[in-house]
Each structure stands twice: as structure tokens, then as C-alpha cells.
Design a protein around this ligand. Structure first.
Ligand SMILES: NC(=O)c1ccc[n+]([C@@H]2O[C@H](COP(=O)([O-])OP(=O)(O)OC[C@H]3O[C@@H](n4cnc5c(N)ncnc54)[C@H](OP(=O)(O)O)[C@@H]3O)[C@@H](O)[C@H]2O)c1
Length: 168
């Protein structure tokens, strides 16, 4: 099983404004920067409830994490299910159901999977803007998470994308 994160942030590390607005991200996802290829490579998305409420995910298996009832009928297309529990249990359940590559999304959710040592691959695309405050990508950790730099790519619009492997 491989668990990946592919996310856009402001240069100061925020994935949304405090009120949930994403207006600082380039419209329509911006110029091509590998998202479609990445998306095609995943078997399932594992997203926090707040991301589910904010983001369209197209035609993929989507697992919404929440500890409370969620109205899954809001989802456009795809197969949507709900799970809750420790990240390791969620990964095991998805592995048992045949998934090989998970795309984990949402700040709180990514932080929980990182704390549990379950993320293998991070692709972070920095958008050239500072927004000062917002929903952070990263949070506290019980210990350092060592990363191996794989590549950094930059794009004419100013996007800078860094790819890391998480050291085991
Ligand atoms: N810039 C980008 O590329 C990007 C990407 C994704 C999202 N976003 C933005 O980020 C914001 C959402 O991020 P966020 O950090 O606020 O929240 P989030 O991670 O999307 O959702 C957090 C919620 O997920 C649920 N959850 C997470 N792990 C769980 C687990 N193991 N078991 C049960 N429930 C679990 C909890 O829901 P309950 O409270 O219901 O229990 C928790 O409150 C949105 O504004 C979204 O648009 C931006």
C-alpha cells in the first residue's frame, strides 16, 4: 500500500482561508502540474469531512472520514463511503478491499496520517502568495518526520512543486 498527499498551499503553508475560501489558489487548478496523472494513479481518496464538504472529487472511490453522520448524497458521482477510526485501521480496511494507492486529503486528516507514520509520499505545490492566516497543512508531531527530496519543479505561473518520500 502506498499513501500519498498531493496538495496546494500558500507559500506560508495554508491550504484554505480560515473561512474555508480557496480563492488564493489558481482558478481551475492552474496550469497543468501533474495533478491529473497523480489522480489517475490512485485507487481511493481518503478525505476529511471538511474537505468532502468543500471539494469536488469526480469519479473515484471516496472515503469520507467523520465521527458523525455525513450526508453522502452531496457527492457528485463516484462511490462514496464513510469511515472513522485510527488511520492505521482505515488503511488496513482499504488494503483488505484491494486498494493499493491512497490519496489522503484535508489538513487535519493529513496531519493524523503523518503522526501515525502512514504517509509515504508528499507532493506539495506552493502557490506564490502569502495569506497570513488559514487552515494549516502541517501541525504538531510526536517526533521529526525525515523526508527525502525527490524533485522540485517550477512552472511559469510561479507554482513551485516539491516532491518528497517520507523516510521509513
Ligand atoms: N489547498 C488544497 O489543495 C486543499 C486540499 C484539500 C482541502 N482543502 C481545504 O482544507 C479545508 C479542510 O481541511 P481541514 O484541515 O479543516 O479538515 P479535514 O481534514 O478536511 O477534515 C477534518 C475532519 O475529518 C474528520 N476526520 C479526520 N480524520 C478522522 C478519523 N481518523 N476518524 C474520524 N473522523 C476523522 C473529522 O470530522 P468530524 O469532525 O466530522 O468527526 C475532522 O473534523 C477545506 O477548506 C478544504 O477546502 C484544501
Amino acid at each position: 500500500m502506498t499513501v500519498s498527499v498531493f496538495i496546494g498551499t500558500s507559500v506560508d503553508g495554508f491550504i484554505a482561508r480560515t473561512n474555508g475560501d480557496l480563492d488564493f489558489l489558481p482558478e481551475g487548478g492552474g496550469e497543468p502540474h501533474g495533478y491529473n496523472e497523480f489522480f489517475a494513479s490512485v485507487d481511493a481518496l481518503v478525505i476529511g469531512r471538511k474537505t468532502f464538504e468543500a471539494w469536488p472529487y469526480g469519479d473515484k472511490r471516496v472515503v469520507v472520514l467523520s465521527s458523525r453522520p455525513v450526508d453522502l448524497s452531496a457527492a457528485a458521482g463516484g462511490v462514496v463511503e464513510q469511515m472513522a477510526g485510527p488511520p492505521a485501521e482505515i488503511v488496513s480496511r482499504l488494503a483488505a478491499s484491494g486498494a493499493h494507492h491512497l490519496y489522503v486529503d484535508g489538513g487535519i486528516t493529513i496531519q493524523a496520517f503523518l503522526r501515525a507514520g502512514l504517509v509515504h509520499h508528499l507532493i506539495i505545490t506552493r502557490v506564490p502568495v502569502l495569506i497570513g492566516d488559514g487552515v494549516p497543512l502541517f501541525g504538531t508531531l510526536p517526533r521529526d518526520v525525515r523526508l527525502r527530496h525527490v524533485a522540485t519543479r517550477h512552472y511559469p505561473s510561479g507554482l513551485v512543486q516539491s516532491e518528497y518520500q517520507v523516510e521509513p
